[in-house]
Design a protein around this ligand. Structure first.
Ligand SMILES: Nc1ncnc2c1ncn2[C@@H]1O[C@H](COP(=O)(O)OP(=O)(O)OP(=O)(O)O)[C@@H](O)[C@H]1O
Ligand SMILES: [Mg+2]
Length: 150
């Protein structure tokens, strides 16, 4: 089973749509295995967004992700990295598929509500940045696991 790192970004938290984001992953029958409300420090932000260092939007991105708390989560499921990116929609909300979180709730790229790992290796790296081993709670069966039992 694959895992991915998902975060409700500061604009999503401030707008009160944490539940809306979580709902979409729950209804897909992915399994929530870790979650916390947290303030991202500039140090953590620079590690998380290391691939964007030097780009014109980098400083604004760091300011944005550290501007208010995020909800950090780890979700588990079949090909969940790819599936979660579809649920989120494209980076630019105006070109994201209608029905995705970014299309349904956002207008602009620098306030696009949600983060999701872009590959299995990114997911492993990001989960390691945001969570310690003792923060995982996976000793229950998700609806998907129950359905698979027939
Ligand atoms: N050209 C841009 N102008 C402003 N902000 C941008 C731009 N490109 C990316 N960003 C911001 O940087 C974030 C990271 O960019 P990335 O290319 O990794 O997109 P993403 O993988 O869809 O988003 P995320 O990593 O947040 O899930 C974007 O979500 C967006 O908030
Ligand atoms: Mg990205």
């Amino acid at each position: 089973m694959e895992r991915t790192f998902i975060a409700v970004k500061p604009d999503g938290v401030k707008r009160g749509i944490i539940g809306e984001v979580i709902k979409r992953f729950e209804q897909k029958t992915y399994k929530l295995v870790a979650m916390k409300l947290m303030q991202v420090t500039p140090e953590l932000a620079s590690k998380h967004y290391a691939e964007h260092i030097g780009k014109p939007f980098y400083e604004g991105l760091i300011e944005y992700i550290t501007s208010a708390p995020i909800v950090a989560m780890v979700w588990e499921g079949v090909d969940v990295v790819e599936g979660a990116r579809h649920i989120m929609g494209a980076t630019k909300p105006n070109t994201a598929d209608v029905g995705s979180i970014r299309a349904d709730f956002g207008q602009v790229m620098n306030m696009n509500i949600v983060h999701g790992s872009d590959s299995v290796s990114s997911a492993e790296r990001e989960i390691g940045l945001f969570f310690n081993e003792n923060e995982f709670c996976d000793n229950y069966k998700s609806m998907y696991e129950v359905l698979c039992e027939g």
